[in-house]
Ligand binder design. Structure first.
Ligand code: NAD
Length: 368
């Protein structure tokens, strides 16, 4: 290991790491609890054939830290958490593995809530749910949102409108030319909403069937995957992979706004600055793509309510507008303003006097 466990925890600012092992189930998992100032640490479980334990550790640390920022900036009362599970082959996945993990999560007494991430299906979540209620993203019939993608797409549209208000003086998407990269779960719905709002949409996807589906369903045009960056447009919307905003692609961009669902859009943080220098407004990824997360966690308000979830997702517009405001006021790029928004909320809420102190167990027993 390049650093000790505690050095890693210090670097990322973690409260707690839980190492879980169940020999018979073949479970090797790391639950990373980053920050619980705002509420229980929440974030999905990622199951992956990690090359080393250190890779799994760093992934858990990095992703859980990201969740803290995402929830904080979205105004949700949850902290950041994440689980990584180390497997040798996908055959290891199954009821035994996920139920074993569920028992560990349940043992944390509400400090950590899990959900889906890479390598985990809704069916796997149902196995975890057999052992613990501390699961989000379950199917609608099990009290969940039924999938985050439509809500993520709604949030992206709200974020685009906030950017249009800043650049064009009004939030209308009518007549705006939008280049959507990736028409998968989220991208497809983004295109649907854009077309409903009267935008002129161009799409690209490595999967030809997905391109065909979008073109036929919404009568939009398509270009090749390398051409999408240089489309003359108002908004470039990355809805495929991360790191697509980089030294090679930025010179090609002919847009005024970058606003999409993909995680980690900037290859390096400095690319946020480069976009700004080019006069392109960047809607920070973890602010604009929070819609699904907002909807998924609505179940904690006494059961999932689609209407309430939609109302909450509509706040993505305000969050993006807020970030733009901070960026202008402080003279910093929007990606830095997004971090500031999250950090300020955690600091301010953390400062409130802790009047709801839990009675220590020993005292509680003494008064029985
Ligand atoms: P998805 O896998 O359903 O869709 C991604 C699409 O991008 C696919 O159709 C794929 O073929 C295409 N693609 C891959 N490489 C490409 C390339 N080089 N050029 C063009 N297209 C390419 O995934 P999704 O759930 O729609 O998520 C899209 C992005 O948004 C991901 O980065 C994801 O992490 C992020 N995100 C998703 C959600 C959600 O609610 N699903 C929430 C937050 C963030």
């Amino acid at each position: 290991m390049k650093k000790s466990i505690f050095e890693y925890m210090e670097e990322y600012g973690h409260e707690q790491l839980v190492f879980c092992r169940d020999e018979k189930a073949g479970l090797k998992a790391i639950i990373a609890i980053h920050n619980t100032t705002l509420g229980p640490a929440t974030g999905g479980t990622r199951v992956w054939t990690y090359e080393s334990e250190e890779d799994a550790l760093v992934d858990a640390l990095r992703l859980s830290q990201g969740m803290t920022y995402k929830y904080a900036a979205a105004g949700i009362n949850l902290g950041g958490g994440k689980t990584t599970v180390i497997i040798k082959s996908p055959e290891q996945k199954g009821e035994q593995l996920f139920r074993a993990l569920g028992r560990f999560i349940d043992n944390l007494n509400g400090r950590y809530i899990t959900g889906e991430d890479v390598g985990v299906t809704v069916g796997d979540l149902e196995y975890i749910n057999m052992e613990t209620d501390l699961v989000v993203g379950l199917p609608a019939e099990n009290g969940g949102s039924g999938g985050p993608s439509p809500y993520t797409a709604m949030g992206v549209i709200g974020g685009m409108k906030a950017c249009c208000k800043e650049i064009y003086g009004n939030e209308s998407l009518k007549g705006k030319r939008v280049a959507v990269q990736g028409v998968g779960n989220v991208g497809h719905d983004v295109v649907k909403y854009l077309v409903e709002d009267g935008a002129d949409v161009v799409v690209a996807d490595v999967d030809e069937n997905r391109v065909k589906r979008a073109v036929e369903e919404f009568k939009v045009s398509a270009v090749g995957v390398d051409e999408i960056y240089s489309v003359d447009c108002d908004i470039f919307s990355p809805c495929a992979l991360g790191a697509t905003i980089n030294d090679e692609t930025i010179p090609k961009l002919k847009c005024k706004i970058v606003a999409g669902s993909a995680n980690n859009q900037l290859k390096e943080a400095r690319h946020g600055e480069v976009l700004g220098q080019k006069g392109i407004l960047y809607a920070p990824d973890f602010i604009i793509n929070a819609g699904g997360t907002i909807a998924d966690t609505d179940q904690f308000e006494g059961g999932f309510c689609p209407e309430r979830a939609r109302k909450k997702v509509a706040r993505v517009y305000d969050n993006v507008a807020n970030v733009i405001e901070i960026s202008k006021r402080e003279g910093i790029p929007t990606y830095k303003a997004a971090n500031r928004l999250a950090e300020e909320r955690i600091r301010k809420i953390g400062e409130i006097s802790k009047l709801r102190v839990k009675v220590p167990k020993k005292l509680a027993r003494a008064s029985e």
